[in-house]
Ligand binder design. Structure first.
Ligand SMILES: *[C@@H]1O[C@H](CO)[C@@H](O)[C@H](O)[C@H]1NC(C)=O
Ligand SMILES: *[C@@H]1O[C@H](CO)[C@@H](O)[C@H](O)[C@H]1NC(C)=O
Ligand SMILES: *[C@@H]1O[C@H](CO)[C@@H](O)[C@H](O)[C@H]1NC(C)=O
Ligand SMILES: *[C@@H]1O[C@H](CO)[C@@H](O)[C@H](O)[C@H]1NC(C)=O
Ligand SMILES: *[C@@H]1O[C@H](CO)[C@@H](O)[C@H](O)[C@H]1NC(C)=O
Ligand SMILES: *[C@@H]1O[C@H](CO)[C@@H](O)[C@H](O)[C@H]1NC(C)=O
Ligand SMILES: *[C@@H]1O[C@H](CO)[C@@H](O)[C@H](O)[C@H]1NC(C)=O
Length: 727
């Protein structure tokens, strides 16, 4: 029972001590901050004397004078207007008519000033050494009574809230003297049955050796009559071992009962030679309360500091003489003395982390009217509430980290892939003869990226003998991009050489090779773009257009000229091998250009064999077909078939052993060739020209290739004819 009460009461004084300690530290740290008026002593010994208290005239407010007694070392401070009165009496218990009563003799009176323990304007409190009243027996009937009464001056009063009344003794009743009507009432009572002193417990004031009670709310203004220990009119049978009983008003829990106090003579007085701590409230009294908002403060208004405020107080109010009082306080976040000018100063809250919350994860920043405690960078929350948390909790960090890792891995893989791709590109470049090509002057080597955008279905313009053709646009010049069929037709190691040779073939009637791209597995070739398409399309396309004899002659002559140029190249004679209308292209002015010879064989003098017969069977020289040996005379044969097609507008076909050639020969035999010609041109004198058309000679088809004329001859005659027509 006893221990819980004690532990419940303990925290308050501990807290007060902490606060007092903090205030003391501040006072020492900030010596600049005055606590009283300039020129006034602010200390008695080591005790601070803040205004309105003061030592010298002019240094204190009325009722707040303090006397400093320098005869002590260290000097002691006393409240000048307050006193403690001692009435000493030798008394005895007497029995009269069966009732007991007390007899007093020779009362002696003395008095002294109330000694101050400390003064605090923060809390409007003074702590003083309070008196202890005692009654000690000298024998079973006689005892000495020392009754002490504290008398306080106007502005000071015993704090009802912070003090308690306590009685100590094996049989004691503390009387409430404020209710002094007879019979007296008890404030508290201690009674150890049959003198069983061993039942008393240290720290317990629950009525067994020690009792405790709250102060009466009706305490008479400015005085506390020391509650007298009243003998219960019985003889003190334990007077030898336990002669004394005590009564006192003491700061709550500052008196801790010890069983030792029950024994011996005036032992308790010896423990507190100057008295027990008692808390006194003080206030500014004098028929003035705090001024209202629009009220003017009274002339001697005490709350003079800025950042201070006034609070109505209850000190000095009693049912008998109600008086108004107030206290001054520093505003929140300020501390100091509100009773002097500029006495309240801003608190540097950051210096007192115990009192002002700021999480260890926050940054304390002092400011006027408070402080801030933002969370450290990377954290969110309220540092004052201790709620700083990582912006990204661990889980989020882990997730972000994982995503980051995955991202890095993806990027790395991508880079590796890119590198591999680049290596592959380089490999292709090398494999396709890039280094060799770099030496060629007329040829442009394109990057894959430059051409790739055009290799899509919307740009597809046809399928050549060796692959798909796409229309492109490089530097505003339309081009045809040929995507060769993978490797099969080309020996890759020869490719570069072939490209170089092609690039050297520069003739107005040969489609020009502009460049190539080697960075892909199937090389891309870039040619000049011819808007009218192939002769095949012109002759047999969906929208057949009339084609004049002159145009046909000029196409024939130009094609022949192109072929002748190829055959006549000095070092590297080039054989077309696949001469046919589809391989004769026309530009916007119907100028004919030979195309698609690149992948046909090119013959370096000593390498005439190709081993493989390729080309369109409808135009193929039967001799080449048999022998597999390609010569320029094979091109002559094919060109003859093309001429036939050009003037007849009839498709050469392969079936029936070249029906176009045989049907022409048939018609020739029957002298009915005019029927064979295209109706559009087989008119009048033109018939004559057609019949004697150079290149139409029967020798061209001779199986004895040596009898066939050269391409150069044919071209020569065709050009002459063409020229003569234009005159
Ligand atoms: C004042 O001095 C006394 C005795 O030296 C000491 O016990 C007490 O703690 C001091 N008080 C302060 C507030 O320094
Ligand atoms: C107690 O002491 C007083 C004097 O101090 C004396 O007169 C009285 O007789 C004593 N009483 C007893 C019972 O001894
Ligand atoms: C107190 O003691 C005295 C003397 O011993 C005796 O005469 C008196 O009756 C006692 N009083 C009571 C109330 O017991
Ligand atoms: C109470 O405390 C005092 C000293 O502090 C000690 O002498 C005494 O024996 C204690 N009493 C009990 C009942 O423990
Ligand atoms: C103090 O009391 C007076 C009079 O009772 C009143 O006018 C005033 O508003 C009170 N001030 C405060 C701060 O309570
Ligand atoms: C505080 O009061 C003093 C004098 O009363 C004055 O000089 C000072 O400017 C005031 N400070 C503020 C912040 O108002
Ligand atoms: C101080 O911080 C604690 C948690 O650390 C919190 O419970 C308390 O409410 C805070 N006090 C104030 C005044 O913010």
């Amino acid at each position: 029972m006893a221990t819980p009460l004690r532990s419940r009461l303990l925290p308050l004084p501990v807290l007060l001590l902490v606060l007092a300690g903090a205030a003391a530290i501040v006072g020492e740290q900030d010596e600049q901050q005055p606590i009283t008026h300039p020129g006034c002593p602010d200390k008695c010994g080591n005790m601070s004397i803040p205004f309105p208290f003061g030592l010298m005239p002019g240094c204190f407010r009325e009722g707040f004078q303090v006397t400093c007694d320098h005869s002590f070392d260290p000097p002691r401070a006393f409240l000048a207007g307050s006193s403690i009165t001692l009435n000493e009496a030798d008394s005895w218990a007497a029995a009269l008519l069966g009732a007991s009563y007390l007899e007093y003799s020779y009362p002696k009176t003395s008095w002294w000033l109330v000694e101050v323990m400390d003064l605090s304007v923060d809390r409007s409190e003074a702590r003083a050494h309070g008196p202890i009243t005692s009654r000690c027996s000298t024998n079973v009937t006689h005892f000495k009574l020392k009754e002490k009464t504290m008398t306080l001056e106007g502005p000071l009063a015993v704090s009802e809230a912070l003090n308690a009344v306590v009685g100590v003794g094996w049989s004691v009743s503390v009387m409430d003297s404020s209710r002094s009507t007879y019979p007296s009432t008890f404030a508290c009572r201690s009674e150890l049955a049959a003198g069983h002193l061993e039942h008393a417990r240290n720290g317990s004031c629950a009525g067994q050796g020690c009792c405790e009670a709250a102060l009466s709310s009706k305490t008479v203004y400015s005085t506390v009559n020391g509650a007298a220990p009243e003998v219960n009119a019985e003889n003190n049978t334990l007077w030898r071992t336990s002669p004394c009983s005590y009564a006192m008003v003491v700061e709550k829990s500052r008196y801790s009962f010890s069983t030792a106090d029950l024994y011996g003579y005036e032992v308790l007085l010896g423990r507190f030679p100057r008295g027990v701590p008692v808390v006194l409230d003080f206030a500014i009294v004098g028929d003035a309360a705090c001024p209202g908002k629009d009220q003017r403060p009274p002339p001697d208004y005490a709350c003079v500091s800025n950042n201070s405020y006034c609070a109505n107080a209850t000190v000095g109010q009693s049912s008998y003489a109600p008086r108004l009082s107030y206290v001054c306080k520093c505003s929140e976040h300020y501390k100091g003395n509100p009773y002097i000018a500029d006495g309240c100063r801003d608190i540097d809250e950051c210096q007192f982390p115990d009192l002002y919350n700021c999480s260890s994860k926050g940054i304390c920043i002092n400011r006027l009217n408070g402080y801030d405690c933002p969370c450290k960078p990377g954290m969110k929350g309220d540092g004052k509430l201790g709620h700083c948390a990582e912006k990204f909790p661990l889980v989020a960090k882990a997730i972000v980290g994982t995503i980051g890792c995955v991202f890095v891995i993806v990027v790395m893989s991508f880079l590796l892939l890119l590198r591999k791709e680049k290596n592959k590109t380089k490999e292709f470049y090398k494999k396709n003869g890039g280094p060799t090509l770099e030496k060629a002057k007329n040829i442009k080597v394109f990057k894959e990226d430059e051409l790739k955008p055009y290799l899509k279905d919307s740009n597809f313009i046809g399928k050549g003998g060796f692959g798909a053709v796409y229309k492109g646009n490089l530097g505003n010049e339309p081009v045809a991009i040929k995507k060769t069929i993978s490797g099969s037709l080309l020996e890759n190691e020869q490719f570069a050489n072939e490209v170089i040779i092609q690039s050297q073939v520069i003739h107005k009637n040969i489609v020009r090779l502009i460049g190539c791209c080697l960075e892909v597995d199937t090389p891309l070739l870039v040619y000049e773009f011819l808007s009218k398409g192939s002769l095949h399309d012109i002759l047999h396309g969906n929208d057949k257009k009339p084609l004049s004899l002159d145009t046909r002659l000029s196409i024939a002559a130009e094609s022949a000229d192109g072929l002748a140029y190829m055959h006549s190249k000095a070092n590297t004679k080039i054989l077309h091998g696949d001469v046919k209308p589809a391989n004769i292209l026309l530009d916007d002015r119907f100028v004919a250009k030979i195309a698609d010879f690149g992948i046909s064989r090119l013959i370096v003098r000593d390498k005439q064999h190709t081993g493989k017969v390729i080309g369109d069977m409808s135009y193929m020289d039967p001799v080449y077909l048999q022998s597999g040996l390609l010569t320029e005379k094979s091109d002559v044969y094919s060109f003859r078939v093309v001429l036939l097609e050009l003037i007849s507008r009839k498709k050469a076909t392969h079936c029936d052993n070249n029906s176009l050639v045989s049907s022409f020969l048939e018609a020739d035999k029957r002298e009915k060739v005019s029927d064979f010609f295209d109706n559009e041109i087989a008119i009048g004198e033109d018939l004559e020209i057609l019949q004697s058309l150079p290149g139409m000679a029967i020798e061209c088809l001779s199986l004895d290739v040596d009898k066939r004329p050269d391409m150069t001859d044919i071209a020569h005659h065709l050009l002459l004819l063409n020229k003569s027509r234009k005159l």
